[in-house]
Write a protein that binds this ligand. Structure first.
Ligand SMILES: [Fe+2]
Ligand SMILES: [Fe+2]
Length: 187
């Protein structure tokens, strides 16, 4: 199964709102471009981008049901910030529903909401593509898009910093994996 597979696209369309489906296509395209630039497998990046939010349902109940169904163990932060769970749930759905077995693709989907220390190239690409896809607009987005073409790690740190600022402003919990990812990138 490849990213352009008609069946994959149709399946995904039934899972997501039109807006999130369009977002997923955008992430897939940007991930493919970054993969080309940084020497990662392009098709893997496109597929990971396409499926990264496949478990992001509009309903919290459906999300939590899938967490139970898949036997995903929530940590303390995920218990409070249940939105973070769409990473692990999407990875499981990518495996069960879309037949993805590639560990790197599954990890890129699993960790796209938080990042983690020792992220693979593909994980970095998906995190950043999610942040920079064409529908995203925030002050500085064009500069960050340019930086992503020149220095993947620097762009990633900046994306994480902006995410952390948002999380703090909204009074939410910070996931320790994001702190670990940022420290690792800065070291
Ligand atoms: Fe997501
Ligand atoms: Fe996303």
């Amino acid at each position: 199964m490849g990213p352009q597979d008609e069946f994959t696209l149709e399946q995904l369309r039934t899972l997501l709102s039109p807006q999130r489906y369009a977002h997923s296509l955008g992430v897939s395209a940007v991930a493919g471009e970054l993969a080309k630039r940084y020497g990662a497998p392009v098709e893997k990046a496109q597929l990971a981008g396409l499926l990264h939010d496949c478990g992001k349902s509009q309903s919290k109940n459906i999300l939590l049901n899938r967490v139970l169904e898949f036997g995903i163990v929530m940590d303390e932060v995920e218990r409070c910030e249940t939105g973070l769970l769409h990473g692990p749930v999407s990875a499981k759905l990518a495996q069960e529903m879309f037949g993805v077995e590639d560990e790197d693709i599954l990890a890129a989907i699993y960790y796209h909401t938080t990042g983690r220390a020792h992220m693979s190239l593909l994980e970095k690409i998906i995190y950043l593509a999610d942040y920079l896809e064409p529908q995203r607009s925030f002050p500085g987005v064009d500069e960050l898009r340019e930086l992503a073409k020149e220095d993947l790690a620097a762009a990633l740190v900046q994306a994480m910093d902006l995410t952390l600022i948002r999380v703090i402003e909204r009074g939410l919990l910070i996931h320790p994996r994001t702190v670990a990812a940022r420290n690792w990138l800065l070291e």
